[in-house]
Design a binder for this molecule. Structure first.
Ligand code: HEM
Length: 231
């Protein structure tokens, strides 16, 4: 048995190319006990009987691969290290190349803007919120103060310029604003600026987004017409 293996092993290595080891094919070798006895090598067989088989097998692919030395990468072939994150190198108060710094934002160091003298929203009295106005509108209360819609010339409109009788025209429609005055978010004073006259321009320059036709629909009293000529 041993002589058989030895002859097989040596004949295999002598034929193989040392620089290009070919992957050997695996073979199944069945023991032939009767052959050993016939060759007269009984003592040698008894001596090798306790030897474990070679592992990996002598003709295994692992043994062929291990003959090659591992490939070592050069410095230029290695993966470059990641760049240092910019946040880590930033100093408080010192701007980086992009002008970013950890300084306190300039907006917090500026004094707050002075309150504008322009008219703004006013505090409405309790019970005069936009929702309260909506409730009053839909309550069925008479907010017009007139029996029918009328054609209203500027001279007639002019007569309704008091706090308790305030009419104004917006986009050709005349509204009785009296009931709305305490509900106006911009205050009574601002609203009274257009009492008794056409307020279209001032209204549009103040808050063009407000839908006056919806807000005062229950206050409509008529339509603005040109002053009739006396002839
Ligand atoms: C009868 C017609 C008018 C109605 C229905 C009306 C309605 C409103 C509404 C709903 C707001 C709140 C707007 C918002 O929160 O964005 C407002 C604000 C205001 N309104 Fe009028 N308005 C009328 C006429 C006028 C007029 C003629 C003036 C005169 C300048 C005026 C001056 C203002 C001002 C100054 C504010 C506050 C703006 C602000 O700071 O937000 N409004 N009005």
């Amino acid at each position: 048995m041993t002589s058989y293996l030895r002859s097989w092993l040596y004949s295999g290595t002598s034929q193989a190319e040392p620089t290009q080891p070919s992957v050997p094919t695996l073979q199944t070798i069945s023991p032939q006990a009767s052959d050993d006895e016939e060759d007269g090598e009984a003592t040698e067989t008894e001596h090798d009987a306790d030897l474990p088989p070679a592992f990996p097998a002598l003709n295994s692919a692992q043994r062929v691969q291990n003959t090659q030395s591992p490939r070592v990468l050069t410095d230029s072939q290695l993966m470059p290290p990641p760049p240092i994150p910019s946040l880590a190198v930033r100093q408080p108060g010192v701007p980086d190349t992009k002008g970013n710094s950890l300084a306190v934002p300039p907006t917090t160091t500026k004094p707050p803007p002075k309150p504008s003298k322009k008219a703004g929203k006013v505090a409405l009295a309790p019970g005069h919120s936009p929702l309260d106005w909506a409730a009053l509108k839909s309550s069925g209360a008479d907010l017009r103060g007139v029996e029918t819609l009328m054609r209203i010339p500027p001279s007639v409109l002019k007569q309704h310029n008091k706090r308790d009788d305030a009419w104004s025209a917006f986009n050709g429609k005349v509204y009785n604003m009296t009931a709305y005055i305490p509900f106006h978010p911009g205050g009574e004073k601002e609203l009274m600026r257009v009492a008794g006259r056409d307020g279209t321009k001032l209204f549009a320059s103040t808050h063009a987004w407000v839908n006056v036709d919806f807000m005062l629909d229950q206050c409509l009293v008529g339509f603005l017409i040109p002053e009739p000529t006396s002839s």
